[in-house]
Design a protein around this ligand. Structure first.
Ligand SMILES: [Zn+2]
Length: 112
């Protein structure tokens, strides 16, 4: 499914479960969706950085063939928020390391 449709599909599933099986159905659907989301975090812990469209480049507006490195991701890739919190240990460690390194580079203006 597409990311833009996901909230609507989730809301539809939860509403349908509530209508069909009452509060118990709603709780079961929520637990099931949560489990699917957790499995997804483990299987696919990364996303493309949307601001740079996964390119890892911030293009110049005058000399458009030039770019600097995107300071907010690593080469266009990011670790999903949930995976950084509850993902596999090596993903969590990589997330913390990357965030710290990018923050330091921005502060010291060495991210370019
Ligand atoms: Zn980026």
């Amino acid at each position: 499914m597409r990311r833009s449709r996901f909230p609507w599909i989730l809301a539809g599933i939860l509403l349908f479960s509530l209508a069909a099986w009452g509060v118990t159905g709603l709780v079961l659907a929520a637990v099931g969706s949560g489990a699917a989301w957790y499995a997804s975090l483990r299987l696919h812990p990364r996303i493309r950085h949307r601001a740079c469209r996964g390119t890892g480049e911030v293009r110049g507006s005058v000399f458009t063939w030039t770019f600097r490195k995107c300071p907010r991701c690593s080469g266009g890739r990011l670790i999903r928020w949930g995976a950084g919190q509850w993902g596999a240990p090596h993903i969590r460690a990589e997330n913390a390391r990357g965030r710290r390194a990018r923050a330091k580079a921005r502060q010291e203006r060495t991210s370019r």
